[in-house]
Design a protein around this ligand. Structure first.
Ligand SMILES: NC(=O)c1ccc[n+]([C@@H]2O[C@H](COP(=O)([O-])OP(=O)(O)OC[C@H]3O[C@@H](n4cnc5c(N)ncnc54)[C@H](O)[C@@H]3O)[C@@H](O)[C@H]2O)c1
Length: 346
């Protein structure tokens, strides 16, 4: 079996490559290290590309920009993959405003290039698209919340198990990144619904894992751990540091792709994050790092919040678990942080 993975040198893409390579698949990775041009040297992903080339038998790297429409068609035609995982993206909420064309051309148009090439070559190939909870814009901030000692929490029983896919993506502030990801998400759904192709969108919460080139603007837990272990100042933006994110380890996420490939549907969307099993506020994350690494962290909690930042977001995973009952989460937030700390060789 052949798998085409876009964004193969990134956090999620690289985990996908490793997972499916272990299952004996031939892996074709597509990445042009665009992360370094989005975020500078700290975002450089060449180390991860080299790791894959060194460690994975049958891994082939393709240096291709997904904005290159003809190049994408030629590659899919040449490789003829049995499945596609699309993770290449400009992934930062905050960065998008400075680079609106790069953001939209990568996230929206790049996704269209891949879908259309896939349709022209083989409509039966399952296509998993990494979408984001930012498609809901800042609408989650309209949920009634109560302030607890270390976090905000829902104050409306409808959200006891988190936010479902029924939540509206309309009429809220998304950031340009959220808007370009909405365009991609709806296009992936449309190729499923209109053309009957086996596509699905996974709307990620905070995704993390050992292979993240974490930077301040993207990669929350990875950056938080790295910054604090190196003794650099870590700034928390707004909401008293009590904003809640749900954290999913890349290993658990990749298992959800595998479940989809075994039983693909058309045009589905799923919220996919740590859910009730794995979430934390920022100050809870800092407390955990202090405890596990036995360090003391200087906290700078700024009044100003990030534009459109979620105050409380927990993915409701009921739909995915119902469709794919074999999917299980191995990691919770504490286990993720322990692994990130041990990987920093502290
Ligand atoms: N990490 C998270 O917390 C998170 C949360 C929700 C959704 N997502 C989504 O998951 C996907 C993967 O995220 P990630 O954290 O692995 O990001 P990442 O930045 O670590 O990886 C993305 C990879 O895509 C590559 N890339 C970017 N533009 C490209 C282009 N034009 N052509 C070819 N390659 C290109 C980059 O070089 C990078 O290696 C993205 O779609 C992101 O929006 C991530």
């Amino acid at each position: 079996m052949k798998l085409l993975v876009t964004g193969s040198s990134g956090l999620i893409g690289s985990e996908v490559c490793v997972h499916f390579s272990k299952l004996g698949w031939e892996i074709h990775g597509v990445d042009n290290n665009q992360r370094a041009s989005f975020f500078g040297p700290q975002g450089d992903t060449r180390w991860n590309q080299e790791r894959l080339e060194r460690d994975l038998p049958g891994f082939v790297h393709h240096e291709l920009d997904i904005r290159d429409r003809e190049g994408v068609l030629a590659l899919i035609n040449e490789v003829k993959p049995d499945a596609i995982v699309h993770t290449a993206a400009q992934p930062s909420h905050d960065r998008a405003a400075a680079i609106p064309f790069d953001d939209f051309d990568t996230n929206a148009v790049g996704t269209l290039n891949l879908l259309e090439a896939n349709r022209q070559v083989n409509v039966e190939v399952p296509f998993v698209h990494m979408s984001t909870n930012k498609v809901y814009g800042d609408r989650p901030n309209t949920i009634a919340l109560k302030e607890l000692e270390t976090r905000w929490d829902y104050d409306d029983p409808a959200y006891e198990n988190g936010i479902t896919e029924e939540f509206s993506i309309d009429q809220s502030k998304h950031s340009l990144f959220g808007a370009s990801k909405v365009a991609a998400d709806v296009m992936v759904q449309e190729y499923g619904r209109y053309f009957g192709m086996p596509t699905c969108c996974l709307r990620g919460g905070c995704l993390t894992g050992p292979n993240h080139s974490g930077v301040e603007l993207h990669g929350f837990l990875s950056y938080l751990v790295k910054c604090n272990l190196e003794g650099r100042e870590y700034s928390v933006f707004g909401y008293k540091g009590k904003q809640v994110r749900d954290n999913l380890h890349s290993h658990d996420l990749v298992n959800s792709f595998w479940e989809f490939f075994k039983k693909p549907t058309s045009g589905e969307i799923y919220n996919m994050g740590g859910g009730r099993h794995s979430n934390c506020s920022i100050i809870e994350a800092l407390d955990l790092v202090e405890d596990i690494a036995n360090i003391s962290i200087e906290r700078s909690i700024l009044k100003k919040s990030r534009v459109g930042d979620h105050i409380w977001y927990i993915s409701n995973l009921t739909k995915f678990k119902k469709h794919y009952p074999n999917w299980k989460q191995k990691y919770n937030t504490k286990k993720i942080i322990e692994e990130l700390i041990s990987n920093e060789k502290y």
